[in-house]
Each structure stands twice: as structure tokens, then as C-alpha cells.
Design a protein around this ligand. Structure first.
Ligand code: NDP
Length: 329
């Protein structure tokens, strides 16, 4: 069936300025790490993308290695883009990354210029794109000089293969050094992508302040802790869930009593607020103005609907914030 984007798609989404750049991102972004590989149904993947775009989610986050197998998510996305979304290319922010193991040998991993340039070329081919909107270095490389990695990002922008550049998983001190190099090169860092949720708060002591100080946006990945901060696991492990899928990233033993008890207490508070736990968890990540966008994953369109309807109820009073802190202690 021919896809027609919903004409009302920009009515309910909130767009937030990414740092001090000219770019605005939707408060909710969709990541393609899971559910877009070869083992998932193409029709479902297609519906997820349509649903997201129809809700005004303009930002799609990929990486060279998303699959399985690595590269498959970009291929799936490329197919959907080519078939359905071609005429909306200028309404989309498409991001990719390189930094984790992608191909064998010394040039398929980490942060060399050789790897980043080759990898982005491969990503563009897989997606059938001339350029990505954001290209990230996916993780810090302890061995490659930071100057080389940042010069590679700058080069890719100058070659027209990326419009903006970002960093992911960089600790605050390394991020500051990278920002200075990029600034000097004339390609300021647009965005940082760290893991951030009620269960993963490493960014709070230093990184978020550093980003605000440098005018760099923040897109928080895994804001639902892969599903732990939803009602998914409150009564066991559903067959169709990530934890039941054999994924190494959410194993049943990670569903500890301690975490589940916290999730149950948070769920009770969410219910008092008239929303789902997943919605409260997203609202919490977006509280204040330091996080530009919450980057969710989804296996069903209803999960995207949930995320977007959170926007109607995303403010907390002081008592609620204090209670959340107490539960998370
Ligand atoms: P989330 O924390 O949002 O977890 C998503 C999962 O939570 C879904 O797959 C689904 O699980 C469950 N879920 C979502 N909404 C609901 C709901 N309303 N009710 C019940 N369950 C729900 O994020 P991810 O861990 O998937 O990561 C999101 C994105 O972040 C990735 O796709 C990727 O783009 C990016 N990322 C970046 C990394 C980096 O190093 N830069 C690393 C990891 C992720 P189920 O599948 O069981 O239905």
C-alpha cells in the first residue's frame, strides 16, 4: 500500500533546539538498534517508521552495526525510506555512527580516519542516501589520537556526507577535549548521545552541565532501560519481549527483584499521575532543558503512541521528584 504521511503530523510533537545550533529535534526520537534487523518482520519495521513519522518524530537514529547482522538495520531503513519516505527526505533527520566492531581487520573498528570514512560510505550505500544529517563517533577510542578522529568527522562534513557531527558515550573530560578540537576545525559538535534513564544516571554529575556550557545538545538513549522502566516486566517476562529474545543487552538475570520493586513503586506513582510508567520515565528524562530528546526503541506501534502521548503530561511537582529520588535510592 502506498504510504501517505499524516498531514497533522506536526501538531502534537514538541521540537527542542539542539544545544546552541540551528537544529531542532523532536522530544521523542526513534532508534533502530532493535527490531530492524534480518530477524524481524519487514512489515512491522515499516509500520514503526510510518507511525513515528505520522506523530512528528522526524529523527531516526541508526549506526553501522545495528542489526543483526551488522548493517541490516540501515538496509531495512533504506528500503523503507526509498519506498515510502523519499519525498519527505528534507523533513527527516537521519543519524548514523561508527565506532564499534564492523568488519574484520584493523580498519573496521574504533576511531581511525580510515575506519570512519569507509564506514560512512558503506552506511550511505546501505541507506541509499547522499548524506546523513548527523554522523557520530560511537565511543571513545583510547589509542587513536583524538585529533585524528575529530579531523575525520570534520572532513566528512566538508565532503558533504554529513551535515552535523556528534559524539556518543564520551565521558565529560574527553568530550570537552573533542569539543575544543571540533570548534577549532570549524565543525562544532552538535550533540552528545549518552545512556540516560532513571536507572542509569552517570551523566548527571558532570556531563549534562558540560554539554549545556558548550552549547551541545543531548539525546538520551535507552531512556526506558530497554523496557525495565515500563510495565513490560511487572508480572513476569512476556514471550515477545526483549528479555525473552536471547538479547545479550537485556538478559532475564538483569530483571532483579531490586529493580522490579523499584519499577513497581514507580509504576504506582505513574498511575497516580494518570500515566504509564514508560511515559513517566520519558517525562523524567526530559525534565528541565538539558536533554534535547529521548531516544526510544519500539517493537510495536502502540509503544510509539504511548511515548508521544506522554507529552501531554510531562511536568512534575517537587513532591513527585522527591518521591522518585526516594524510590531510586
Ligand atoms: P528503550 O530504553 O526505549 O527500550 C526500548 C524497549 O522498551 C522497546 O524495544 C520495548 O521492548 C520497550 N518499550 C518501549 N515502549 C514501551 C511501552 N510503551 N510499553 C512497554 N514496553 C515498551 O531504548 P533502547 O534500549 O531500545 O535504545 C533506543 C535507541 O538508543 C536505540 O535504538 C539506538 O538508536 C540508541 N542506542 C544507542 C547506543 C549508543 O551506544 N549510542 C546504545 C544503545 C542504544 P520490547 O522490545 O520488549 O517490546
Amino acid at each position: 500500500m502506498l504510504y501517505q504521511a499524516d498531514p497533522a503530523r506536526y501538531q502534537n510533537m514538541e521540537y527542542r533546539r539542539c544545544g546552541r545550533s540551528g537544529l531542532k529535534l523532536p522530544a521523542i526520537s526513534l532508534g533502530l538498534w532493535h527490531n530492524f534487523g534480518d530477524t524481524t518482520l519487514y512489515d512491522n519495521a515499516r509500520q514503526l517508521i510510518h507511525c513515528a513519522f505520522d506523530h512528528g518524530i522526524t529523527h531516526f537514529d541508526l549506526a553501522n552495526n545495528y542489526g543483526p547482522p551488522p548493517g541490516a538495520a540501515e538496509e531495512t531503513f533504506g528500503r523503507i525510506l526509498n519506498r515510502d519516505l523519499k519525498s519527505w527526505r528534507d523533513e527527516l533527520i537521519i543519524a548514523s555512527k561508527a565506532g564499534y566492531t564492523m568488519w574484520p581487520g584493523p580498519y573496521g573498528d574504533w576511531g581511525s580516519k580510515k575506519y570512519l570514512v569507509a564506514s560512512l560510505d558503506q552506511s550511505l550505500k546501505r541507506m541509499g542516501l547522499e548524506y546523513v544529517d548527523i554522523f557520530y563517533h560511537h565511543r571513545p577510542d583510547p589509542d587513536t589520537p583524538l585529533e585524528e578522529t575529530m579531523a575525520a568527522l570534520d572532513l566528512l562534513v566538508r565532503q558533504g556526507k554529513a551535515l552535523y557531527v556528534g559524539l556518543s558515550n564520551y565521558p565529560a573530560d574527553r568530550a570537552r577535549q573533542a569539543f575544543a578540537i571540533l570548534q577549532r576545525l570549524g565543525t562544532p559538535c552538535l550533540i552528545h548521545q549518552p545512556k540516560y534513564s532513571m536507572f542509569e544516571r552517570w551523566v548527571e554529575p558532570e556531563l549534562l552541565d558540560t554539554l549545556a556550557e558548550h552549547g551541545v545538545g543531548a539525546v538520551a538513549f535507552s531512556p526506558l532501560a530497554g523496557g525495565l522502566l515500563t510495565d513490560r516486566y511487572l508480572h513476569g517476562i512476556p514471550q515477545d519481549s526483549r528479555a525473552a529474545s536471547g538479547s545479550q543487552f537485556l538478559q532475564p538475570q538483569q530483571l532483579t527483584d531490586e529493580r522490579l520493586n523499584k519499577a513497581r513503586s514507580l509504576n504506582a506513582l505513574a498511575q497516580q499521575r494518570g500515566q504509564k510508567l514508560s511515559q513517566m520515565a520519558l517525562a523524567w528524562v526530559l525534565r528541565g532543558d538539558r536533554v534535547t530528546s529521548a531516544l526510544i526503541g519500539a517493537s510495536k506501534t502502540s509503544q510509539i503512541d504511548d511515548a508521544v502521548s506522554m507529552l501531554a503530561n510531562r511536568h512534575f511537582n517537587e513532591d513527585e521528584i522527591a518521591l522518585i529520588e526516594k524510590i531510586l535510592m
